[in-house]
Design a protein around this ligand. Structure first.
Ligand SMILES: CC(C)(COP(=O)(O)OP(=O)(O)OC[C@H]1O[C@@H](n2cnc3c(N)ncnc32)[C@H](O)[C@@H]1OP(=O)(O)O)[C@@H](O)C(=O)NCCC(=O)NCCS
Length: 258
């Protein structure tokens, strides 16, 4: 699900820029969670090239191929297939939610040049010897995850995060741990840049997705909308922002607890 932040995607707004200038002051007032992170992440992460760090993983029991591409490396046809998958899995929920369903904005968000796509293809379906290890092939497509490096939501919007925008799988490959696996792969890529926090947004009603994220260690972020108490009773927020923070060692791997 999309980032729900109102600021312009990928770029801190003016307020954020001002806050960043004042970062040393605000950090004296409020200790950072992981002191190395701020200096480590600045500059390094803009336009980061994940092609260099990504090794296509294996995922048993399916014969799958994972391809990592920037949005600008995908054809319009492939982006549209991703869009249609989102629409089919979540369109109805969007429409009845406080966020609403806005196809034009969604397509624009998906085409953001800083958005990365992990596309999953079914190798078993590749009977014709297509170049499935090189090309994204709509006939073999079974799902995708998209993410980008961004700034955290207020009040932590000085901080870089990896924002997971979408994870959507065809029915036939769900319920076997693939969604969790792909989120873990995206986390590894984000961690390889020195960023220890990953975030995502999920509809409160989406129990399979929430279970998947909770199993991976995601918890409610402080930027998540709160329930509202009204005269008529409590109005529950229909989406939640979840996040996971890990401490990274100097080599950018999650530090062990020992
Ligand atoms: C949300 C979604 C991506 C999750 O992917 P998934 O592969 O089905 O989910 P998981 O990785 O959590 O799979 C775990 C399920 O497989 C089972 N499983 C089987 N083998 C497993 C393994 N080796 N490891 C982990 N789980 C395994 C688990 O028991 C679990 O079932 P449960 O949730 O009923 O307990 C997927 O359901 C989907 O595409 N949904 C529609 C789109 C959507 O809602 N996206 C989320 C937008 S925020």
């Amino acid at each position: 699900m999309q980032s729900t932040s109102k600021r312009k995607a990928g770029k801190p707004d003016e307020d954020t820029a001002k806050k960043k200038q004042n970062i040393s002051t605000s950090m004296q007032e409020k200790p950072k969670l992981f002191p190395d992170e701020q200096t480590d992440c600045q500059a390094k992460t803009q336009n980061h090239d994940f092609h260099k760090t990504f090794t296509p993983p294996e995922f048993e029991p399916f014969q799958l191929l994972f391809l990592l591409r920037r949005s600008i490396e995908l054809t319009e046809e492939v982006l549209e297939i991703c869009f249609k998958l989102i629409e089919s899995t979540s369109g109805t929920t969007y429409k009845s939610s406080s966020l609403g369903w806005h196809p034009r904005e969604k397509r624009k968000e998906m085409a953001d040049p800083e958005m990365w796509y992990m596309i999953v293809q079914d190798k078993d379906a590749d009977e014709g010897g297509l170049q499935s290890d090189v090309d994204v092939n709509p006939a073999l497509f079974v799902g995708f995850l998209s993410f980008k490096l961004d700034y955290d939501d207020p009040p932590n919007d000085w901080r870089r995060v990896g924002y997971i925008y979408e994870v959507h799988l065809h029915d036939k490959v769900r319920g076997r741990g693939l969604g969790s696996f792909m989120v873990s792969q995206a986390e590894k890529l984000v961690h390889s840049t020195g960023i220890g926090k990953t975030m995502l947004t999920v509809f409160t009603s989406n129990n399979p997705a929430r279970r998947c994220y909770e199993r991976l260690g995601y918890t409610i972020d402080e930027a998540s909308p709160e329930d509202r108490v009204t005269r008529r009773g409590i109005i529950h927020a229909d989406y939640m922002i979840l996040s996971k923070v890990v401490k990274l060692d100097k080599g950018h791997s999650p530090a062990s607890n020992k």
